[in-house]
Design a protein around this ligand. Structure first.
Ligand SMILES: Cc1cc2nc3c(=O)[nH]c(=O)nc-3n(C[C@H](O)[C@H](O)[C@H](O)COP(=O)(O)OP(=O)(O)OC[C@H]3O[C@@H](n4cnc5c(N)ncnc54)[C@H](O)[C@@H]3O)c2cc1C
Length: 466
């Protein structure tokens, strides 16, 4: 098994010629720091809204899309399962506006692939949440009620145990629910596809260009790298969990957790045998979520959101390559699909998760409206980053419109504790939740300590799960 930080999607998407690092000084209308989905979509929509705008993208990796955007599960979901949480936070009208915008974003990504000739393995499919323990039955009810009350009753469809098994047979599944407004993608292909189209449109992209300084300047902002600087009227920081690292603009607002994936060899006969042929992307209902999907070449990608917390948001190391977490992830895979025991796992990888206390993304305005920072997707950014990128494009062009007014823009968010308490507390809670959920799945009563620790986030106003 090949186990590294980049994984299968990036390998499969193939090599591209990296863009040269920034050298010297540039003037731009918008400078975008970070070439993941949020940054790339921002650049794309800026050019869609103002074709003549000068946009410069600065990415620290050798090629854009090598962070979480190119390594994730490829679940491209709307946000309907978060509708109840959004309503609690922002009220019904605002929550519905975001729900609709996120659903539109999923469709827009599909349309982008088709219209722009990007083969990102886009496949419209259901996103099914299946319960795997009595304690998790009906986890979708809160969201389902919100959907019904807010006038989108078809956004989540409850499924009986038989209906769940008809979509995918597993001895672990009980009842479930499906969100039809969903799709799967090959994420690295999608990131490289947006990058290619941006370059063709004349957007300037510099790779191997970590931004070391980002500050206000007369009439705008300046982004500095080792080799140069970009002066722009407005700037966007789309740097994922790095926004919460020491000195970052979202310090104290996010925790960096991690998630890890294993990939099987092609097993098309197993997929056919269990009837998993409709392309559904599936999760269980755990807080430390198991998520799995098929690929067009007949493999199963299986991920677990139970990776370690990264101290001080430092992402290299076990947030990205973690043999123990990969072993646990593979064991979960075999619990779901016993027929896979003995089949080869070809790839394993992982990456950081920018976890916000609300479980929801936010855009924060910096420097008197000259700069914006977006993060906090909490492992659900593939679809929503398109919506957020569209909002960032409006904001960075100084436009007040529907996209710039969505409630995640400058919505208040609770703080996370400073280091080392964030890491110590985060790891203790992660282990408490893990112990509680493992007991629930095994049909045992969870220990009192695990239950008490797992409740801590709720007590301090943090939202774990949707
Ligand atoms: C293993 C895993 C599985 C996941 N599965 C799913 C899934 O199935 N569905 C889903 O919706 N979400 C999933 N996610 C989450 C999803 O990948 C993210 O929410 C999404 O990619 C966030 O995109 P982003 O552009 O905001 O951030 P990122 O992808 O983190 O991009 C930020 C970019 O900024 C660059 N950068 C950082 N600092 C600097 C700097 N100083 N200067 C220049 N560049 C910088 C980074 O190199 C990176 O390329 C998963 C994440 C992981 C790790």
């Amino acid at each position: 098994m090949q186990h590294n930080r980049f994984g299968y999607w990036i390998e499969e998407a193939g090599a591209v010629e990296p863009r040269p690092p920034l050298a010297g000084e540039r003037e731009a209308d918008v400078v975008v720091v970070g070439g993941g989905f949020s940054g790339l979509w921002t650049a794309w929509y800026v050019r869609q809204l103002e074709p003549g705008a000068r946009v410069v993208v600065l990415e620290s990796e050798e090629v854009c899309g090598r962070g979480p955007s190119g390594r994730n599960g490829g679940f491209c979901n709307a946000m309907w399962l978060s509708l109840a949480s959004m309503r609690e936070r922002w009220g019904g009208e605002e929550a519905l506006a975001i729900g609709n915008a996120a659903a539109a974003a999923v469709k827009r990504i599909g349309a982008f692939c088709e219209e722009q000739g990007v083969d990102a393995w886009w496949r419209p499919a259901g996103y099914m949440e299946a319960s795997t323990a009595p304690a998790h039955d009906g986890s979708w009810e809160r969201a389902l009620t919100a959907c019904r009350e807010l006038g989108v009753p078809e956004a989540i469809v409850p499924l009986s145990p038989e209906e769940v098994q008809a979509r995918c047979q597993s001895p672990a599944f009980r009842a479930g629910a499906v969100c039809p407004d969903s799709a799967t993608v090959q994420p690295a292909r999608l990131a490289l596809g947006i990058r290619r189209r941006l370059l063709e449109e004349g957007v300037e992209i510099h790779e191997s260009s970590p931004v070391r300084g980002f500050e206000a300047a007369p009439g705008g902002v300046v982004a500095r790298t080792e080799g140069g600087l970009v002066r722009a009227e407005r700037g966007v920081l789309a740097i994922g969990g790095a926004a919460t690292a020491s000195g970052g603009p979202l310090r104290g607002r996010l925790t960096v957790a991690s998630s890890h994936i294993v990939l099987t060899e092609p097993v098309p006969e197993v997929i056919a045998e269990i009837g998993w042929t409709g392309g559904d992307a599936i999760t269980d209902c755990r807080s430390l979520v198991d998520y799995f999907r098929t690929t067009p070449d007949g493999r199963i990608a299986f991920g677990w959101g139970g990776g370690r917390i990264a101290f001080g948001a430092r992402t290299r190391g076990r947030a990205e390559v973690d043999a123990a977490v990969i072993e646990a992830t593979a064991n979960h895979l075999y619990d779901y699909f016993p027929a896979l025991r003995g089949r080869r796992l070809t790839h394993a990888w992982g990456g950081p998760i920018d976890a916000s206390p609300t479980h929801l993304p936010t855009v924060t305005t910096l420097g008197a409206g000259r700069a914006f920072v977006a993060a906090g997707y909490t492992g659900n950014g593939v679809g929503p980053s398109n919506m957020v990128g569209r909002s960032l494009a409006s904001l960075s062009l100084g436009r007040a419109d529907e996209a710039s007014r969505l409630a995640f823009v400058d919505g208040a968010s609770p703080r996370v504790p400073p280091e080392p308490f964030q890491w110590i507390g985060g790891e203790a809670i992660r282990r408490g939740i893990e112990a509680k959920e493992e007991a629930e799945l095994a049909g045992r009563r969870p220990g009192r300590l695990a239950v008490a620790v797992a409740k801590v986030p709720e007590l301090i106003g943090f939202h774990i799960g949707r």
